[in-house]
Design a protein around this ligand. Structure first.
Ligand code: HEC
Length: 91
């Protein structure tokens, strides 16, 4: 008769693990940031963002549009991800 309890415990475990997961900029970006525009806006010739501070404020604006309100650490990780992969500003 102990089996159902064990099954429930195993079913809940992945949820707990997920809540503790560190922020992954790449998967967050893939899931949340490609709904309104794709990555081509980051590399188009007339892109508007031309410095790291502007990139940060743009990401903040898009984050606010999404209504997610990322923590600062996560937002910086996301800015870093975009910089490394697309913008490549010198630091
Ligand atoms: C609610 C719609 C929406 C979502 C969701 C969204 N964006 Fe945007 N984003 C925009 C619009 C609109 C622009 C301006 C596009 C333009 O100028 O043509 C933009 C522009 C940008 C730019 C500037 C591109 C340039 O010209 O250099 C960056 C960077 C950016 N978004 C990042 C993000 C990130 C990171 C996320 C996920 C947190 C995100 N966006 C999610 C609407 C959105």
């Amino acid at each position: 008769m102990k089996k159902p309890v064990l099954i429930i415990t195993l079913a809940v475990l992945p949820l707990v693990v997920q809540a503790d997961e560190p922020f992954h900029a790449e998967s967050f970006h893939r899931q949340k940031c490609t709904g309104c525009h794709d990555t081509s806006v980051y590399t188009r010739s007339n892109r508007r963002v031309n410095s790291l501070p502007r990139l940060e404020s743009q990401v903040r604006m898009c984050d606010a549009n999404l209504g997610i309100k990322l923590f600062d650490d996560d937002l910086h990780a996301l800015v870093d991800y975009l910089d490394k992969n697309y913008y490549k500003f010198d630091k």
